[in-house]
Design a protein around this ligand. Structure first.
Ligand SMILES: [Zn+2]
Length: 544
């Protein structure tokens, strides 16, 4: 059922998502572009849904663990809770790996449990899911469960004396307990729960096979009480102050589902999601219905990702060429200028079915006109894909020129488009700033070479130096101006000279969570995606 979902192992780098602005800026966001999406846009557009909290059943599994932990009256310390959670994560994962119905994408502890299952162990020795304290709960699900109001964080004043709880506990109010009890009703009758869950004995394989039928992540659609409790957790507000966030989340999922209904590839591809969002918005730029407002905001985000990927092509070409061309002590300013001129040169670049000639001394405005004419049949996503595949500064610049020409007039479209388009980070312009500045540069009648130099200075060198200085003593510089006046390029240890990835936009978790919650299905026989009746009712409930 979920074989198309990408398996996520609990490994080091994913932990970085816990502190997106910190770790991401250093490693994967050298220009401060991803942080705009992750920290400035997504918390408003889709609150409490993280990239790696992608399987709905963990939203009842962890409340069950916290509840069981409390029921057993174990010492309320982080150390005890940590062991309790990681042991059970490992055992549930062993069972999930034996599930005959799915390939159990994104099960917590796969890296440890998977090989034991494949090796044919019988019985299974006991173990722990992952290295990190609090396991997948701490890494992926604690913060969404807290944001959704099912888990009270450590430090929350509780009980008659309002003493701060030393560990995470189930939140007050009925729903958290309901989630726990719903999962409990699946597990309590199993041999595993009755005979092994509280022991340290090895567990027979057969016991785990029986457990899989009950607790695998893919079984949620067959557990309507549990599934409905998780739906309520995500889509019904538990307080007045949570109502706005809940609305945003409902609208995000409804938009995703309605786009899936129109274009099924949206269920699987970020690029198709962006394409559908932008095309939908362009067709109804002033639609003030809930759907229209939602798609105006999300289309601005999608456009930002397209522009960002084009800028990334300039970045990689600039950094790679610099590393390849510099001398032992870097480059003089004059050599850097000459290199950028060369980067602004392409005798013949295949674009929109025509051959585009780009010369550094030619007029940038005139290049824009030719590019816009050649790109008539290409939408934003086509241009993004072309610029990324070409992976050259010229291609990146050409795509940006078309985007600058196509950027909507913010006064002529729904105001929510501007609201998202103007969001930017400390050191980097967002979509509106980037494309508006490009337009201003064009108004100065620059040559192509001068425009590229200006673009590199404003959107690459300036932001990157500022970001890398802010990360010191951690060395994340890809280049800097030395005090001697020479420009030095560096090949950093991680990522090397690769492209940085487009920002995660939560399409992945929206797809897997809404599939788990029974809002759409992938019919393998018909090779088709379809919204379920519940999915259609959900969309209609949000969009009317
Ligand atoms: Zn399964």
């Amino acid at each position: 059922m979920s074989s198309h979902l990408v398996s996520v192992e609990a490994s080091g780098p994913l932990a970085e998502w816990l502190e997106p602005s910190l770790a991401d800026t250093a490693g994967r966001d050298p220009l401060g572009l991803n942080t705009i999406t992750l920290d400035r846009v997504l918390p408003d557009l889709i609150p409490a849904i993280l990239q790696i909290s992608e399987r709905a059943r963990y939203f009842s599994i962890y409340p069950w663990m916290l509840w069981q932990f409390k029921e057993r009256r174990l010492a309320a310390t982080a150390t005890e809770l940590d062991r309790f959670i990681r042991r059970r994560e490992y055992e549930l994962c062993l069972a999930m790996k034996l599930c005959p119905h799915c390939e159990v994408a994104s099960a917590i502890g796969s890296k440890n449990a998977g090989p034991r299952v494949t090796a044919g162990d019988d019985p299974f020795d006991r173990g722990l899911s992952v290295q990190t304290a609090m396991g997948g709960f701490g890494l992926y699900y604690r913060s969404p469960l807290q944001a959704l109001g099912a888990v009270a964080p450590a430090g929350t004043p509780l009980g008659p004396d309002q003493a701060p709880t030393p560990i995470e506990v189930l939140a007050q109010g009925g729903l958290a307990l309901e989630l726990a009890e719903a999962f409990h009703s699946s597990i309590e009758g199993t041999e595993y729960y009755r005979s092994y869950e509280r022991s340290t004995d090895p567990i027979p394989r057969q016991v785990m096979e029986e457990l899989a039928e009950q607790i695998c992540l893919c079984r949620l659609p067959y557990k309507p009480i549990e599934r409905d409790a998780i739906r309520r957790l995500m889509f019904e507000p538990r307080s007045e102050q949570g109502a706005e966030e809940c609305d945003a989340r409902r609208q995000a999922f409804a938009l995703f589902l309605s786009q899936v209904e129109a274009h099924e590839e949206v269920a699987f591809e970020d690029g198709e999601f962006w394409r559908s969002l932008i095309n939908r918005f362009n067709a109804h730029p002033n639609d003030d219905s809930v759907r229209g407002r939602t798609s105006a905001a999300w289309a601005a985000l999608a456009m930002k990702e397209c522009a960002q990927d084009a800028l990334c092509s300039i970045w990689t070409d600039f950094c790679r060429s610099g590393v390849a061309e510099q001398g032992l002590d870097g480059m003089a300013a004059e050599e850097l200028r000459a290199m950028i001129e060369r980067l602004a040169t392409a005798p013949q670049i295949e674009f929109g079915g025509t051959a585009l000639e780009v010369t550094p001394t030619g007029s940038a405005r005139e290049l824009q006109d030719r590019a816009v004419a050649a790109a008539q049949e290409l939408d934003w996503e086509d241009l993004r894909v072309w610029a990324a595949a070409s992976d050259s500064a010229v291609a990146g610049l050409v795509a940006l020129l078309v985007f600058a020409a196509r950027m909507p007039d913010p006064d002529a479209v729904h105001p929510l488009w501007r609201e998202i388009a103007v969001r930017h980070s400390h050191h980097q312009d967002g979509l509106f700033g980037l494309l508006s500045l490009l337009r201003q540069f064009l108004d100065e009648d620059l040559s192509v070479g001068a425009l590229l130099a200006r673009t590199i200075q404003r959107f690459l060198i300036g932001p990157h130096e500022a970001i890398a200085y802010s990360k010191l003593p951690e060395a994340t510089f890809r280049f800097y101006w030395e005090e001697t006046g020479r420009f030095r390029f560096f090949t950093p240890g991680t990522g090397g000279l690769d492209r940085f990835q487009p920002s995660d936009d939560r399409r992945g978790p929206m797809a897997s969570l809404s599939e788990d919650l029974g809002f759409w299905i992938f019919d393998e026989e018909a090779d088709e995606v379809a919204l379920t009746e519940d999915g259609r009712v959900f969309v209609a409930g949000v969009f009317g």
